[in-house]
Design a protein. Structure first.
Length: 195
């Protein structure tokens, strides 16, 4: 994603599809494997903790990514847009109005603007956005490195992948009938069902 440039939508969609597909596999594995190493009575707490950790981690990551993006846009937009607008013929006195209207999407209200200037500004703004997002993806690399280290420290779940199925409800073991044995409540149901 660091290599994406403006106009490369197909490349971005392809890379994001692969990334999201991989994340989906990891999510499925974590949801199904995490409770296996816990005692039966702790499965609910394990899944609750997993959900809380995922939500908390996502909140922290989102805050970091948004801060990086805002800081880089604040730097790159004036750096790219102002020279492009001036070279396309915008009067220097209209620069303040340009940035105000760029934020609201009302470029046609800028004094002295033309369709050519709008096109130049849009191109420069797209380049500023792409370069800003590049730093967000660099930050993702740091999270990926932490994930790889965590994966190396994860226990081997192979010993927990057995045919044993825990059947505890509210601290009591559920009775599993032998073949041919009828349960008392089933007999009652059978009697009610008989005309």
């Amino acid at each position: 994603m660091v290599s994406i440039q403006p106009g490369q939508q197909s490349k971005g969609i392809g890379l994001m599809f692969m990334a999201c597909y991989s994340v989906g596999i990891i999510e499925t594995c974590s949801l199904s494997l995490a409770p296996l190493s816990c005692a039966t009575e702790d499965i609910g707490a394990a899944l609750g903790a997993l959900g809380s950790i995922r939500s908390g981690g996502a909140s922290v990551a989102t805050a970091i990514f948004v801060t990086i993006l805002d800081n880089k846009l604040t730097k790159f937009v004036p750096e790219y847009v102002a020279p492009a607008a001036l070279e396309a013929g915008l009067p220097k006195s209209s620069l303040t109005a340009l940035f105000t209207n760029l934020a609201t999407g009302t470029l046609k209200l800028v004094p002295g603007i033309t369709p050519e200037i709008i096109a130049a500004v849009a191109t420069a703004n797209a380049r500023a956005g792409a370069d800003s997002f590049r730093y967000v993806w660099y930050a993702v690399i740091a999270f990926a490195c932490c994930s790889i280290i965590a994966a190396c420290l994860t226990i081997n779940y192979g010993e927990f992948l057995t045919d044993d199925v825990a059947r505890k409800m509210h601290g009591k073991t559920v009775h599993v009938p032998n073949p041919g044995e009828r349960l008392e409540h089933k007999e009652i149901l059978d009697e009610k069902a008989t005309p």
